[in-house]
Design a protein. Structure first.
Length: 266
């Protein structure tokens, strides 16, 4: 037999290892050079019809992230750049920094792994980041730490996730894609935030990112991307409070609503 107290206790045992969170979002434009050189007729027709392009054709132009540890926001920044390699390296750096470490006898040990929080990130953001990283990964030879953590992200060998996550596993608890994993269906951030009375999409529209980029308005893109990350964090906080009864050590809505990202153009 189960009591409410025993359910809560089991939930606490399950979530006690989830101390760190990386909330993130990217903005992309079409890689015109790649598209011109290798797109086939079917892909060209999709582009003409305004349909969504295949993952590899999405060039990353902005990255926004929020690092949270033990319920405290450690860092909240939004980057926009014409240098895609810089943005991708920044993502892997922040993924690395979202872990907790302990140094003993000159060796560094990972003591906790981050939970990724996204909106439709399993089907778009992470596939784009991984695919586009292929273009630059050979130039990361000078940075062994980043390459190690890319390897950790891709690792599939701990089947039951007893010792470390399988971030590429569709059902991993270390990546919470809010619409799919909590609500069971792809949904837009704008619609979900409306239901929770969370303000979003004040800085622009996703359909205009390419226009902003071509006009050189990188600051506008960074602000838009940062707004999405803030709204994503607030949405998860709302769900954590009202659906999950604070199962995760995540900041409150009141804490998050007063935050603004540091905007960085490169």
């Amino acid at each position: 037999m189960w009591s409410w107290d025993s359910i809560i206790e089991q939930r606490k045992r399950y979530t006690k290892s989830f101390k760190n969170f990386l909330v993130f979002d990217i903005e992309t434009v079409k890689d015109s050079k790649m598209f011109q050189e290798i797109a086939n007729e079917k892909e060209k027709q999709k582009d003409e019809d305004g349909e969504f392009l295949s993952i590899p054709f999405h060039r990353v132009v902005s990255l926004s992230y929020m690092i949270i540890k033990n319920g405290e926001v450690i860092e909240f920044k939004s980057f926009s750049s014409k240098n895609e390699e810089f943005l991708l390296q920044k993502f892997w750096e922040k993924f690395t920094n979202s872990h907790n470490f302990l140094t003993q006898n000159g060796k560094k040990f990972i003591t906790s792994f981050p939970v990724l929080i996204t909106i439709n990130g399993k089907d778009f953001d992470m596939p784009v980041i991984k695919a586009r990283t292929l273009k630059y990964v050979s130039s990361l030879d000078h940075n062994d730490t980043i390459k190690k953590f890319i390897s950790i992200f891709l690792d599939k060998f701990d089947k039951w996730e007893d010792n470390y996550p399988r971030y590429t596993n569709k059902y991993t608890p270390f990546h919470i894609d809010i619409p799919v994993d909590i609500l069971g269906k792809k949904m837009s951030l704008k619609n979900l935030c409306y239901l929770c009375s969370i303000p979003v999409k004040q800085e622009g529209e996703g359909s205009k990112v390419e226009e902003y980029f071509n006009d050189g308005n990188l600051e506008k893109i960074a602000k838009y991307c940062g707004e999405d990350v803030k709204a994503t964090a607030m949405l998860f906080s709302y769900i954590n409070t009202h659906f999950l009864l604070n199962a995760y050590p995540f900041p409150s809505l009141e804490t998050l609503e007063n935050l603004e990202p540091e905007i960085i153009e490169e």
